[in-house]
Design a protein around this ligand. Structure first.
Ligand code: PMV
Length: 342
């Protein structure tokens, strides 16, 4: 039996704006992982996927349209092994629909397990590309940040590639007035000629500790992402300005990380939360946890991921960590995780 795994992820700052070409910073959570195990099956059995946590199982040949089936078939085709008699079992400790990249982690673990079985070393960039195609099945215009940070498993600066299909103002209303709207897309597209994503490692000047508070509210990524797209289509100039403000604070956050300036980083996380509230992707549960963390001494706090539920993060020091953790639980966090980035 071969077992492979992949980590959960956190977006430190820049979510949503990253869909529209601005930068974002993401971190892997090495201790929280998804696993995929491959076992040989009888000749002619084909490939069977078992989603152990969900109690469901299916034959890929009979259900080729399911996103994980598509990913398995695409991976086998890439590996030059179009047929495989295997049982592939998936398990995950990552809460689903919580902004922690559970889908990307499961997909990455699946593709890694098949590559290990085939005896092929898949480079992170190739792995990420395979999983990106499958992420597109879950929400139409993913930036690609989840699959990238999960496959590379390191803190990254990410800007999506121009070849990836980003939202356009034509997505919904082809008849909408062209005045100003589509020019927004053209203006940004001509600003850079990069076709594939820009992925750079992030320098960390001093270790920093983040607490992750889960609201316990599950939220499918595509819903807030779709809501932001509709608002952007209705008021492109307003939303472009908010995306620009997020992009600018992400650039400052990179400097704060490199210099170990956690006070500045905390303020930037707070600014990012305000802008995410203006995008309309926060929620009362998220804001309760964010306020509790700040009141208990966190240097900054914000939602992380798509929003409307899922998790928030708080930047703490060794001194403030116990009080912030207790405050998050008292404010209703269903679980609190800690991660140190160094
Ligand atoms: O799927 P989540 O909750 O980790 O959020 C993904 C981050 C977004 O920026 C909201 C969407 C994207 O594709 O980048």
């Amino acid at each position: 039996m071969t077992t492979a795994s992949a980590p959960a992820k956190l977006i430190l700052c820049g979510e949503h704006a990253v869909v529209y070409g601005r930068p974002a910073i993401a971190l892997p959570l090495a201790d929280l992982r998804a696993f995929a195990s491959v076992e040989p099956a009888a000749p002619g059995a084909g490939l069977r996927l078992v989603a152990a946590d969900l109690g469901s199982a299916w034959d890929v040949a009979a259900n080729p349209e399911r996103p994980l089936s598509e990913l398995a078939l695409a991976t086998l085709a890439y590996l030059g092994r179009p047929t495989a008699d295997l049982t592939l079992t998936l398990r995950s400790a990552i809460p689903i629909a919580s902004g922690m990249g559970s889908g990307a982690a499961l997909g990455t673990a699946l593709a890694r397990a098949l590559a290990d079985w085939a005896g092929v070393a898949l480079a992170p960039a190739q792995l990420s590309k395979l999983v990106y195609a499958s992420e597109r099945r879950y929400h139409g215009t993913p930036s690609g940040i989840d699959n990238t940070v999960v496959a590379f498993e390191q803190a990254i600066w990410f800007e999506r590639g121009l070849d990836d299909r980003r939202p356009t103002t034509d997505d919904r209303a082809a008849s909408a007035s062209p005045s100003g709207r589509s020019s927004v897309v053209r203006r940004r597209s001509s600003a850079t000629h990069r076709s594939s994503p820009l992925i750079e490692p992030i320098a960390i000047g001093a270790p920093l500790t983040l607490l992750v508070g889960d609201t316990g509210v599950r939220s499918a990524t595509m819903l807030p992402v779709g809501a932001v797209r509709e608002r952007w289509q209705a008021e492109p100039a307003v939303y472009e300005a908010r995306f620009d403000a997020i992009g600018a604070l992400v650039a400052q956050a990179r400097v704060a990380l490199a210099t170990g300036d956690s006070a500045l980083l905390g303020r930037l996380l707070d600014s990012n939360q305000r802008l995410l509230e203006q995008l309309g992707v926060s929620s009362p549960e998220l804001e309760r946890l964010v306020a509790a963390a700040r009141a208990a001494g966190a240097l900054g706090a914000k939602l992380s991921g798509a929003g409307w539920g899922g998790v928030m993060l708080a930047l703490v020091t060794p001194q403030t960590r116990p009080a912030v953790e207790a405050a998050l639980r008292a404010a209703g966090a269903t679980q609190v995780l800690a991660t140190t980035v160094s």
